[in-house]
Design a protein around this ligand. Sequence first.
Ligand SMILES: NC(=O)c1ccc[n+]([C@@H]2O[C@H](COP(=O)([O-])OP(=O)(O)OC[C@H]3O[C@@H](n4cnc5c(N)ncnc54)[C@H](O)[C@@H]3O)[C@@H](O)[C@H]2O)c1
Length: 360
Amino acid sequence: MTRQTIRVGIIGTGRISDLHAIEYIQNPFSQITALCDQDLNLAKARAEKWGCLDAAVTNDCEDILARDDVDLVELLLPHNLHLPIALKAIKAEKIVSLQKPMCINLEEADQLVAAAEASPKPFKVFENFIFHPPVMKAKALIDEGAIGEPLSIRIKSNSGKGKTAWEIPKSADAWRQDKETSGGGPLVFDDGHHKFALAWYFMGNPEEVHSFIHHTQRQDGGFLDAPSLISFRFRNGKIGNLEVVYSPELEISGYYYAQDDRVEITGTHGIIWINGGHGRIGETPPLVLYSKSNITEYRDVAMGWEQSFIQSTRHFLNVLKDGGEPMLTARQGRQVLKFALAAEESAHKGQSIRLQEELS
Ligand SMILES: NC(=O)c1ccc[n+]([C@@H]2O[C@H](COP(=O)([O-])OP(=O)(O)OC[C@H]3O[C@@H](n4cnc5c(N)ncnc54)[C@H](O)[C@@H]3O)[C@@H](O)[C@H]2O)c1
């Protein structure tokens, strides 16, 4: 290990941690030196599965924060723990990568932005969808002018069932069912963060958000906040929407969540379709461009969902090595959180939420 190596402690070794570990293990610039979960056996099992046999394993995050051989902490915890544990990590002068959403309301977000910006160490809100290779390619094409000026974004998220999908521990669902621990609904707020991040990434901050959020009872007694429709208006009359549908018998392929996500961005002279996010419906190409009367299919773009985690983590490690701003910064994380909270608030109040006054 060179002195340049970033030594990583993972706090929360639940469902999503497997995808965070991949790049930290394979990147020569990082090494996982400690794992923590309140369920000690789970942390031990992850250490074994990932081949991190020399890593320290604990059930108390304070142990990790006190360790000299941990430079960076990856926080993969229920949302109500994001603020308190991130603040402790910042106080302990660790580099922090905090899974989305950064916390559960804007008062918490303000505390976190202030602490992160006062910290001598970098802080990142981990959002992976903007690092999914088809999304990165779409952004590059749009920045090159492939569709002209983007005018509208449509995002469709289908949840269903999958023969090869991940098994989700009941405990990972339980805290998502409770607004106190999750901050909002499982599909529109929790998963919706990714979709609002995409809309923000391609179109900027919204000026107005309006939602219909319905609830569907699952067979196991839990609920999903679908079918739902969230529409947004951006500066200069640009528009977008997110449609969320849960179809209990819809077969979706993929190794992770049984969910398919598609994005359509229309510009002044072209359209881009991004097909596939968590999982896939059919064998559609990852990216399709319609421009100048021609359809171009980009079939060689990697579309495995794990790639979005790999690229997001690699981006942060590159920032730590070469300098620059992490994506998302604390302030950007707050903007996306605000977008997601506006969708919840609109449905709750039955009226649209104007965000314009805070854009300057
Ligand atoms: N980027 C994505 O696409 C994506 C996907 C899934 C989850 N997530 C995010 O990842 C985070 C974790 O989600 P998950 O699905 O892995 O949940 P999970 O419930 O499977 O994992 C959370 C883990 O935290 C542990 N934990 C709880 N309190 C703790 C404490 N005080 N100290 C130590 N460990 C503690 C739990 O035992 C559990 O193992 C959330 O922020 C969630 O939104 C992101």
